[in-house]
Design a protein around this ligand. Structure first.
Ligand SMILES: [Mg+2]
Length: 380
């Protein structure tokens, strides 16, 4: 459904895929930042530059801060210790892990004290204990359910025990399905890969997944803080931003982690952010919108001085402006409009839904981004 509003000779279509703006800094528009960790607050062991300062400042103006992680192996206190070393103030209650969400799911369904087979590590065992369940490591202990989460010491014997339990028909909850975990030497098998190993042997997949992109951890963070207007902040589209969509929360993607300009422009509606920001400093600034306008018969996405035309054959940079993030915002609005097939009024696009993956012109926008900011790792 497209509506058209006209003012001073320019028609601005609303209801199109675009990016919202905020007239006030996001710290004033939202009462809680629900933050992913790796790629947002830190990268591996090191802090993202400026992250600690941005979060401290957010707290001073009254925005709550919560951290949500899919990593089930580290208990909240371990995450807090890491954050404190980086200069980020945090308490265990500020940290929501996928292990905690999995334990809550099980505790809601099982009698108190039920034995649960843990295919995972210490963080998962601790989370079960805190929910009044009894973590066990063998079928001989009579488990009534299985929970699986990442733990660096999970080995073949435990995976085999998990497969045996799952094949016997016990309910099976996975903390998350991330296929890899980052290490200093590159990606290593993550919980999703180990869940796949069990599923292959057992002939079926998990009954439920607790962590991102399921909404549970975001909802838990909002619940703990009594938040009425939470903002999810993350770097990964398929976990953080898809999770925001699933939790019906607004989402800010930051460019300090894994997502690239190409990822953003070619992503589907189910993972699109509400806002794009360079880093956590974006919390403290108003955000310019990226709007799609009809100018002299041409569909153009505009973010401040940046303009990207939407043509039947793809998207084309009309004006780079002087801010690479603005150009990326305009590029997203243009690409999403093209992918939604909204240029058929002015051209021959067939209206096929979500053709973003093969979207022509994205490389041209990326080249222009690289020209504005040659050293930006995300400008690719
Ligand atoms: Mg991340």
């Amino acid at each position: 459904m497209t509506r058209t509003a006209r003012s001073s000779g320019t028609a601005v279509r609303t209801g199109r895929p675009g990016l919202r703006g905020s007239d006030v800094p996001l710290v004033e528009a939202y009462d809680l930042a629900v933050l992913d960790l790796d790629g947002v607050v830190y990268v591996g062991p090191d802090a993202v530059p400026g992250a600690a300062q941005a979060l401290a400042r957010a707290r001073t103006v009254g925005m709550g801060v919560a951290f949500v992680t899919n990593n089930a192996s580290r208990p909240p206190q371990t995450v807090v210790d890491h954050l404190l070393r980086l200069g980020v103030e945090a308490q265990p209650a500020d940290v929501v892990t996928s292990a905690q969400v999995a334990a809550r799911l099980l505790a809601a369904r099982l009698p108190a004290g039920s034995a649960v087979l843990v295919v995972g590590g210490e963080g998962l065992r601790l989370a079960l204990t805190e929910e009044g369940l009894a973590p066990v490591g063998s079928m001989e202990d009579g488990p009534v359910a299985v929970v699986q989460g990442f733990g660096p010491d999970v080995g073949w014997r435990l995976l085999a025990e998990g497969a045996r339990a799952v094949r016997s028909g016990l309910p099976w909850v996975a903390t998350n399905l991330d296929l890899t975990v980052p290490t200093a030497h590159g990606p290593a098998p993550g919980n999703g890969a180990l869940v796949a190993a069990v599923a292959t042997a057992a002939g079926r997949g998990p009954d439920e997944v607790a962590g991102k992109p399921a909404p549970g951890s975001f909802l838990e963070a909002a619940r703990r803080h009594g938040s009425r207007r939470p903002l999810v902040v993350g770097d990964r589209l398929d976990t953080d931003l898809e999770g925001a969509v699933n939790a019906s929360m607004d989402g800010l993607v930051v460019l300090t982690g894994v997502s690239t300009a190409t990822d953003l422009m070619t992503c589907g509606p189910e993972v699109r952010p509400t806002y794009v920001g360079r880093d956590l400093g974006a919390l403290h600034e108003p955000v310019p919108p990226a709007t799609v306008e009809e100018v002299a018969g041409t569909t153009t996405a505009v973010c401040r001085a940046a303009r990207v035309r939407v043509e039947p054959s793809g998207i084309v940079v009309a004006a780079t402006g002087d801010d690479a993030v603005d150009l990326l915002r305009a590029g997203c609005a243009a690409a999403w409009t093209w992918a939604a097939g909204e240029v058929d009024a002015v051209g021959t696009h067939d209206g096929a839904q979500d053709r973003g993956g093969s979207l022509p012109g994205v490389a041209g926008v990326v080249a222009a981004l690289h020209g504005l900011e040659p050293d930006a790792p995300w400008a690719r």
